[in-house]
Design a protein around this ligand. Sequence first.
Ligand code: AMP
Length: 527
Amino acid sequence: MPEPDADLDLPPSPEHYVTRILDVVRRRADAPVLRWRDQDVSGTSLAASVHATAAALRDLGLRPDDTVGILIGGNRPATLTTRYAAHLLGASVVHVSGVTPGTSGPGLSLDAQARMLREANASVLVTDEEHAERAAGLRDVLPGLRLLTAPEGSEPAAGSPAAAAAPRRPRTANVTYTSGSTGRPKGVCMPFEGWNATVLWAASAVPSGAAITFLAVSPLSHSVGLVVDIMIAAGGTVLLRDGFDAGTVLRDIARHRVTGTMIGVPNLYALLDHPDLPHTDLASLRQLLYVGCPASPARLARALPFLGHALTQNYGTTEAGRITVLSPADHRRPDLLDTVGRPSPDVAVRICDPDSGRVLGPDELGEVCVRSTNMMTGYLDDPDLTARVLRDGWLRTGDLGRLDAEGYLRLSGRIGDVIKAGDVKVYPAEVEHVLAGHPDVVDACVYAYRDDNGLEQVHAAVVPRPGGAYDADALRRHVAAAMTAKHAPVVFVRCDRLPVAASGKVDRRQVRRLGLLHPRSGSEHPS
Ligand code: AMP
């Protein structure tokens, strides 16, 4: 994603982003705008699909400010064309496919999907063949729900390409479900105007004539959906893949001359560990966006020789969208590798005392609070939680951090994850950075363990370097020397790799469970 000018403000735009996309793809009539599996979707075909889907939705009685549920497996063209059609008609969308980041496991239960559709007040559910049975089950429990089957692959949807009516604008672009830290998925309402303005502005900021081939491996239902819109609106081609596989990503980059992609931090590590990395041609890559959880400065330093020209970190949340950017140029300064970069210029960030709300100064640790055009308007049907998170136009992220004098943000973990080890507050992200800086450690996750007396201890799951001299006592000494003895994990759980949720983030709940499966005494429990 390009960087905005310094004092850019993003006012609502009179233009509709889907109209821009349709204009751009019509000009690219025969060019592949999407590549899905082995099929190309031309500009003409994409535009026809959007119009046909819009006509079909209208025939089903969809009205402005209704909601369209989307239950489509993987990153398919129809996931995008359904959203474009819904937004043209002034309706919002809710994805219930089960790959929504924040949920892990094989998929969402019927009950969970029914709750999401009910809460979002969905009147139509667009589905694919694979989910036809589940969709019918959902209609049984939500009798008013109408079903529409999306085309399987690159074919335009059936139905007449209706004459384009004046595009409408929903209040909410999409309701994104996130499990957050409480477990019960919450519906996050993202405003249409923020999405619209961001796509239009960012697409216009891309230098004209720049060839773009973007590789989408994370779910289109989440933040990559916005990036994909920007790339299409800027005249690019998008390769749609159903998930991340390091070898396939490297092959795709070389074979399709990929210019940009977006992956989770654990996926970045998987790329770095892949034996094909050193001899893969990565010259086409201009932006490798990595997102979602803390990245180890030591591992980033090791990535520089291969990927330094493209490495771009974003810090963001479902609720706030993108908050900060660590650019490729920033990556060349070793002192910045433990930061998440500077606030994106269309986002205001301040650090506040989590209890009193007082605004804190440079280098003071507090809660990261955000204000931007593209942040949520609230949680669906949860005014109490909304009021706790949105205050005076500022969104509380629940993340702890400090801004330095240059405006770079360093994060110390989530407020709820802070470990109270006796009289010391231990911020897991800081200990993880130190552990991952040890030559025998590949990755680490630090978490609180409550002992029989109800007191919190620092525990860590670590992935040792293959062939390295793993020694829990040495790691403990390493942390104690870099921080204090109180920060040194009491228990180490050794594992081959940290569990990763569907979101591409380290799954902390799973890590905790992994730790609990092992006996409590002793200092190291090999897994
Ligand atoms: P989600 O809403 O599922 O996208 O999760 C958002 C949370 O992920 C944030 O509140 C942070 O705790 C964490 N996060 C996202 N990006 C980063 C990053 N670049 N570095 C550290 N933590 C991050």
